[in-house]
Every structure is written in C-alpha cells, then in structure tokens.
Design a protein around this ligand. Structure first.
Ligand code: HEC
Length: 203
C-alpha cells in the first residue's frame, strides 16, 4: 500500500478510537448537569469554539464607540437580561448560573476577556449551543448594535464600581409578587396600617 493509504487508515482509526472514547465518557458520566465538566472537556470545548468562529467574525471591530452613554445603556440592558444567570458583576455566582452544565463562567476572567470583540459579539448574537447561553440577536434590526454595546460592557466588567452595581440592582427583574410585597412594606414604612390579608388599604 502507498503511504497515503496508511495515513488515511491511521486517521480513520483515530476517529473510531475518539468516538469510542466519547461514547464511553458519556455512558460513564450520564447526562446529569450536577457534575463539573472536567478540565480537558472545557479546554476542548473552548478550542472548538475558537475554531468554529468564522475568521472574518473574529476580526470584526466594534462599530459603536465606548462612550459613557453607551456603557450606561448596556449596564441597564445587562442587569435586565443577563444578570439572572451572569450576576450584575459578571461573576456567574447566581443560583441558576451555578447549576448549568457547563457553569456560567466568570466574564471578568482571562478565559472570556481573551475572546476578540468580534467573538464576544458572535456569542451574544448567536448564543452557545448545548449550554444555557441563549441567542440574543434574533429579530433585532441589523447591525445588532445592542449586542455590540454589551461587548463594551463585558470589557468594562473587570473594573465595575460598587456605585454601578448598586444602580444595576434597580433594573434586575423582580417577580410581581416580590414587587407587591415591597410596595406593601414601603406603604407601611410611610405610616399606613398593614393589612395582612390584602395589599389594598381599607377604612
Ligand atoms: C439563561 C442563562 C443565561 C442568560 C440569561 C445569559 N447567559 Fe450568557 N452564558 C450562559 C452560560 C451557561 C454560558 C456558558 C456557555 C459555555 O460554557 O460555553 C454563557 C456564556 C456567555 C458568554 C461567553 C463567555 C465565555 O467565556 O464562554 C458571554 C460573552 C455571555 N454569556 C454574555 C451574555 C450576555 C451579554 C447576556 C445578556 C444579553 C447573557 N449572556 C445572558 C448563560 C446565560
């Protein structure tokens, strides 16, 4: 046989071995989300993501200037849409974020910050398949400037101030029940009688 055939054969065997190993791994570990992904799996998934990103996308420059207004807008947007999973500070230390498989990463760390602007945009716009990260670009008018603004905000996250975090709390989604309870408490603090049955005030 020629050398080329041997190389092909060796490659085919590697693919088969790889598939067997993958199958064994899935059968061993099951589909539960409670385990932490092993380091190799994380490394592999991340490298795959870099590879799968179209080159032109990686090179894309942020078309939006990083002004104070843009950052303020993105901050509110992040608090409203992303903080459920990522936390206002981007740490991912939220109840939901820490129970995903894979876990919601700390966006302030080098693993995230080393993505190019174009890659971050791509992730926000398209989401990450097989994870809890949704796609946000669908239905937005092109170019998706909101996602580009969020890219600026993610770059700013490692330097976020306590004032900014405090402001963001006002924009975190709150359930109707929690909002009504808070209104009841506010009225009580303003001197109204507290009726345990109904938030409405009777005379
Ligand atoms: C429902 C939960 C959820 C929401 C809401 C969410 N994310 Fe994510 N996000 C995730 C998870 C889980 C990952 C990790 C995906 C992975 O491991 O590849 C992730 C990953 C990312 C990443 C890539 C980080 C990295 O290093 O891999 C970016 C950037 C990101 N999210 C930005 C956002 C922005 C901006 C928003 C709001 C518009 C948002 N996310 C909303 C769950 C969420």
């Amino acid at each position: 046989m020629t050398k080329g055939v041997w190389v092909l054969l060796a490659m085919a065997m590697l693919v088969v071995a790889g598939n067997v190993a993958m199958l064994w791994y899935v059968l061993q570990s099951g589909f539960s989300a409670t385990e932490q992904p092993v380091k190799l799996e994380v490394l592999f998934a991340r490298q795959l993501r870099h590879l799968a990103m179209p080159e032109a996308q990686k090179q894309m420059r942020n078309p939006v200037p990083a002004t104070d207004e843009v950052l303020a807008e993105a901050r509110v947007h992040f608090a409203d849409h992303c903080a459920n999973c990522h936390g206002n500070d981007g740490s991912g230390a939220t109840l939901i974020g820490q129970n995903f498989y894979p876990r919601t990463p700390d966006l302030t760390k080098i693993e995230t910050q080393s993505f190019s602007d174009g890659e971050l945009f791509y992730i926000i716009h398209n989401g990450v398949r097989f994870t809890g990260m949704p796609a946000w670009g669908k239905g937005r008018p092109e170019p998706d400037l909101d996602s580009w603004k969020l890219v600026h905000f993610i770059r700013h996250l490692p330097n976020i101030t306590s004032e900014e975090l405090e402001e963001m709390e006002q924009y975190n989604p709150v359930s109707q029940v929690a909002r009504e309870e808070q209104e009841r408490i506010d009225r009580f603090l303003q001197g109204e009688e507290l009726d345990p049955q109904s938030p409405a005030h009777h005379h």
